[in-house]
Design a protein around this ligand. Sequence first.
Ligand code: ADE
Length: 234
Amino acid sequence: MTIHIGAEQGQIAETVLMPGDPLRAKWAAQTFLTDAVCVNQVRGMLGYTGTWRGNRVTIHGSGMGMASLSIYANELIRDFGAKTLIRVGSAGAMQQDVGIRDIVLGQACTTLTMPSRGIFREINFAPCADFGLLHAAYTAAQARGVRTHVGNIYSSDVFYDERPDLNEIMQRHGVLCVEMEAAELYAVAARHGVRALAMLTISDHLLTHDALPAQDREQSFGDMIELALQAAFP
Ligand code: ADE
């Protein structure tokens, strides 16, 4: 047990999928895993461990924002031995050719700041995905015929952003979408020599103001969970 994760040693798998929403972790585990067992519910942050095609998997919520994700990623890696962490989340598109429901694989992250900033200080560390996971996810997405983009993403500290000029600069530099967790996941994973990837479904569009209809969210999220499992166990 750790401060934030009530699991016993051995109850967390080496492969962990991390949605932001704990109830999505529960839904995904009950929908896609065999023999899913709840291994954490401290502060309502649900984690489940089960198997997918014979492979042990944990699906554990990260909460919203890098500060929250950082707590869970650190404990999952340092205290429970997680070796592969895949964020499965949503993002707002920042380019015209990135559409609602498209998948974005975060190859690298742009930030203004992140929890690990205090460690890097003058270093402009470039948080990037594990290439093996990225490649496996892209291959799986292509095989399913999913519209997929790979590139730079913006990990923001705020959802309600008062600085539209920042978005405009990022758009001009080809940043694909905005989300709120991946950069810190990549930094923590790099520090501990484990693999990480952020796989994102576009839920809203900053340029067109389109949004994924509520009734389509579960379907899109489920498709992404299957992709993440295929990437983890190619
Ligand atoms: N996640 C989904 N849409 C987002 C947005 N527009 N900004 C930040 N995070 C998001």
